[in-house]
Design a protein around this ligand. Structure first.
Ligand SMILES: O=c1ccn([C@@H]2O[C@H](COP(=O)(O)O)[C@@H](O)[C@H]2O)c(=O)[nH]1
Length: 292
């Protein structure tokens, strides 16, 4: 691993930027259908133009940007190069980048995924990474360790926004807890460990959960993990900003709501993208303030 520069932990940096810019996260998801509706070809030039417009519109506007790695990977190495450039430009503008790559594997391979996204020397170094705990939460340990070392964060899939997720996430374990609740409990432990070391430095932990905004009342879950809750599902998947207080209750203060297609459909005009992001950001701010 490369030399690590000391920097504030992800959770602290996220809390600050959420307070300054509001908590909205906008996704960069270059779907073929979006490229087409923007008048772009579904090729590397189209991907480049799409990504450039998104970076220009979002870099100094929203708190967090979440590139969806799959839409870049489908173009091979040239698509990855577009993603690398976008990540570097967004981070240089002070926007936090959550790489949505949903990695998960046995520990030894997980260590390589962690190096790809959480090592400051990597071209894809991001502020945080989405990870899948389907091989067992313990298999994520190399990513947890490197995130701590490099001041990065993780978002672990706990209760996803899609209707199929319940088959796995609501499965009940021998101790009576379901899988989603178990992931939330693991994350609460990680954040408590960091807070015990330095409470002043850690206003919010760096180990977050993915919890869909589409899921309705989640009061049966303990969402108080002292970490961020990345909440996809607003816009194209049917949830709205106004739903957030009812879904997340008191934990709404730590929610980072994500909108991808809901904003991207406003393109290709950069001002129109900015306006769409600002509209969602206002709606989210109002909903969170009303719940306080
Ligand atoms: O539970 C999850 C986890 C991740 N996602 C991702 O978020 C965006 C949502 O895009 P929209 O266009 O706003 O629907 C996308 O990248 C998903 O892969 C999710 O939707 N649900």
């Amino acid at each position: 691993m490369s030399d690590l520069e000391p920097r504030a932990p992800f959770g602290a940096r996220l809390r600050r930027v959420m307070d300054e810019r509001g908590p909205l996260c906008v996704g960069i998801d270059p779907h073929a259908a979006l490229l087409s509706s923007w008048g772009l070809a579904d090729d590397i030039a189209g991907l480049e133009a799409f990504t450039r417009a998104c970076v220009e519109a979002l870099a100094d506007t929203v708190a967090v940007v979440k590139p969806q790695s799959a839409f870049f990977e489908r173009f091979g190495s040239r698509g990855i190069a577009v993603l690398e450039k976008a990540v570097a430009e967004l981070r240089a503008a002070g926007t936090l980048v959550v790489m949505d790559a949903k990695r998960g594997d046995i520990g030894s391979t997980m260590a390589a995924y962690a190096q790809t996204f959480l090592d400051p020397g990597s071209p894809l170094f991001s502020d945080a990474l989405t990870v899948s705990p389907y091989l067992g939460y313990g298999s994520l340990k190399p990513a947890v360790d490197l995130a701590r070392e490099s001041g990065s964060g993780l978002f672990v899939l706990a209760l996803t926004s899609n209707p199929e997720g319940g088959e796995v996430q609501h499965a009940v374990r021998a101790d009576g807890r379901d899988v989603g609740a178990t992931m939330l409990a693991h994350l609460a432990e990680e954040n408590a460990e960091d807070a015990a070391e330095d409470a002043a430095e850690v206003p919010m932990g760096s180990f977050g959960a993915v919890v869909g905004a589409t899921l309705g009342d989640l009061s049966s879950y303990d969402l108080d993990i002292n970490g961020p809750l990345l909440a996809p599902g607003i816009g194209a998947q049917g949830a709205t900003a106004a739903d957030l207080p009812a879904v997340f209750g008191a934990a709404v203060r730590n929610v980072v709501p994500n909108v991808s297609r809901g904003v991207l459909r406003a393109g290709p005009s950069v001002p129109a993208l900015r306006e769409a992001a600002a509209r969602f950001a206002d709606e989210v701010r109002e909903a969170v303030a009303a719940a306080a």
